[in-house]
Design a protein around this ligand. Structure first.
Ligand code: ZN
Length: 596
């Protein structure tokens, strides 16, 4: 029997049953209830509009109907029949290659140059690659080859089809065409008025404020960009001026990805729009500035911290995305092992003293501090923070931002903060002797003080405090404990596989046995071939017990402190990293990168 030329719920259900993805009962149920489910989905998506449409994007596909039933695949307990699984099955049945679209691997120009947006929406297709004159087009319907043939002859293109899910295609159509349309429109509008090279001058003539307020294309280009970044879970957005272009890059799970290259004349207007949103001084282009934007994505509040810095070819903007779900985790879900968690919790329960969190930039110290303060906060306690700058605005805390420009320094705030009757004080970072002394003073007068220090491990933190000029007897009197932390990347659960450590690798980590079985990510579409997904924290916790206090007050050397701490049961960052590796959470390479 030849393959049917149109995808219907009936023949999709038959195919899925043949492939063992649904049972006979599930198939019958699908066919019986499919029609009414389709109308329900349509009404949901269009809130009541009539269903007269020939635009595929607006119709409910048989795949969507099946997905909406959340069917459990027979014999694969808990596995739900997803759009990706159905699309992959359809691809295999129709002889088309299956493509899970990775938006970061796409080139904006390829996506938007060959197929006009209305045509792409109407027929649910998107150009995903171009090589040696052949365009690869992802389609959602395996049976629309006639349309592709027409497109190829009309546009004189050689087209190769691959099958992708409707949601993947729609996402690209919205994000890429929207951004491209805005950029092209903004560029066109600007170039009709004046030579592109003089765009900046033109904007000056028109008046900064007026241009930014009125240029709807620049406004929507920035909107598209931000939404795209949130959707991709980017932690940072970089807008970098180059000689002839402007480069937009995202950082995702710690790794930078090139996203768009846009025409240089649009760099300044886009930067201005972002500066305006973050309430910066638009006219100031020579000095670095900081600002923040509060916005929302999928009903979730997101906070953006924006900074500008002048570089050779203009102003560079970096936007840090603060996702509350990531920044405010439960202490329990951050990756502490039980011994370290119980020690750290015991510090937090003390009425006064200093708790220090240490580690290099980007090791997650702020998350630990915020999450700790979150667990301590209640209507009965007054939490005051002094930060430079405020990382994330939290209503439960009284946050004070350092403003060097007007003389509001760490030191001056700390000198006055005790009058604010705080119970718990968080100091963003101890950088100098004055701040250290203020922290000690606050602890001595009955406050719990949390802060960070830029040191590598817990024991050397004590030495650093001594170096800053804090007398050893005051360290002994106030320091409760130290948490040294790092972040390592987690192995992608979708492509995790076992491997054995070589003799050399075991030797390098000084492991006692000649061989161990560990895991690594093979690289798959879910993790963009990196083999990693998400990150987790490593925590080394040192408690300042009586023995250590005596040592410190006798001005002991680092080696003595380390030896004593080891005797008391300190588990080092390195040991914790190795444990995470042996548990299959992270890789040998991450452990080496972290410890090396
Ligand atoms: Zn993977």
């Amino acid at each position: 029997m030849p393959e049917p030329q149109r995808l219907t719920l009936e023949n999709l259900a038959q195919l899925l049953e043949r492939r063992g993805l649904i049972s006979d009962d599930q198939r019958k149920n699908l066919v019986t209830r499919g029609r009414s489910q389709e109308s329900r989905l349509f009404a949901l998506q269009h809130s009541g509009t009539s269903r007269r449409s020939n635009i595929s994007a607006e119709l409910v596909s048989p795949t969507e109907v099946v997905v909406s039933f959340n069917l459990e695949i027979p014999g694969r307990s808990g596995d739900i029949l997803s759009e990706d699984i159905i699309t992959e099955t359809l691809a295999a049945a129709s002889g088309l290659p299956y493509l899970k679209i990775d938006p970061l691997a796409l080139d904006l120009n390829v996506v938007t140059a060959h197929i006009p947006r209305p045509f792409a929406l109407k027929n649910l297709m998107v150009a995903v690659a171009e090589s040696a004159g052949v365009i690869t087009v992802a389609v959602a319907d395996p049976f629309n080859d006639a349309i592709i043939t027409d497109l190829a002859s009309a546009r004189r293109l050689e087209i190769k089809r691959v099958l992708s899910s409707k949601s993947d295609i729609l996402k690209i159509l919205r994000e890429f065409y929207g951004f491209r349309a805005s950029v092209v429109a903004a560029e066109a509008e600007a170039s009709t008025a004046v030579d592109l090279g003089n765009l900046e001058q033109f904007f000056k003539l028109k008046g900064q404020q007026e241009i930014e307020g009125n240029d709807k294309h620049v406004v929507s280009a920035v909107d598209f960009l931000l939404n795209y970044a949130f959707d991709q879970h980017a932690s940072d957005i970089h807008v970098e001026p180059k000689r002839d272009t402007s480069l937009i890059r995202f950082r995702i799970d710690g790794v930078m990805h090139n996203i768009h290259v846009i025409p240089k004349p649009l760099h300044a207007p886009i930067v201005s729009r972002i500066k305006m949103l973050s309430r910066m001084d638009l006219a100031e282009k020579r000095r670095p500035q900081d600002g923040r934007i509060k916005t929302s994505f999928n009903t979730k509040d997101i906070e953006l911290r924006v900074s500008t810095v002048p570089v050779a070819f203009g102003e560079k903007i970096v936007i840090r995305v603060f996702d509350p779900d990531i920044l405010l985790q439960d202490l329990d879900s951050m990756g502490f092992y039980p011994r370290e968690m119980s020690l750290y919790s015991s510090f937090l329960r003390r009425p006064n003293g200093i708790i220090l969190v240490t580690g290099p930039t980007g090791s997650g110290k702020t998350t630990t501090l915020y999450s700790s303060l979150r667990t301590l906060s209640s209507p009965e306690v007054n939490i005051v923070t002094v930060e430079d700058p405020i990382e994330m605005v939290m209503e439960e805390f009284n946050q004070i931002g350092v403003q060097q420009g007007i003389g509001v320094s760490f030191d001056s705030i700390l000198r006055n903060i005790l009058r604010q009757d705080p119970d718990i004080i968080m100091i963003g970072e101890i950088r100098d002797r004055e701040t250290a002394e203020n922290a000690v003073q606050a602890a001595l007068t009955g406050h719990l003080v949390l802060s960070t220090l830029h040191t590598n491990d817990s024991a050397s933190t004590v030495i650093r405090l001594l170096d800053l000029g804090v007398p050893s007897f005051l360290i002994s009197a106030t320091l409760l404990g130290i948490v040294a932390q790092r972040l390592v990347r987690n192995i992608c659960p979708h492509c995790s596989r076992a491997r054995d450590l070589s003799q050399d690798e075991c030797d390098y980590l000084q492991l006692p046995l000649p061989s161990y079985s560990v895991r690594e990510g093979a690289g798959c579409k879910q993790c963009r071939g990196t083999g990693y997904k998400g990150r987790s924290g490593l925590f080394e916790v040192l408690e300042m017990n009586d023995h250590l206090k005596t040592l410190v007050s006798r001005s002991a050397q680092l080696a003595d402190i380390v030896a004593a701490a080891r005797q008391e049961g300190l588990v080092t960052l390195r040991e914790i990293a190795i444990r995470k590796m042996l548990e299959g959470i992270t890789t040998y390479e991450e452990v080496v990168a972290m410890t090396g």
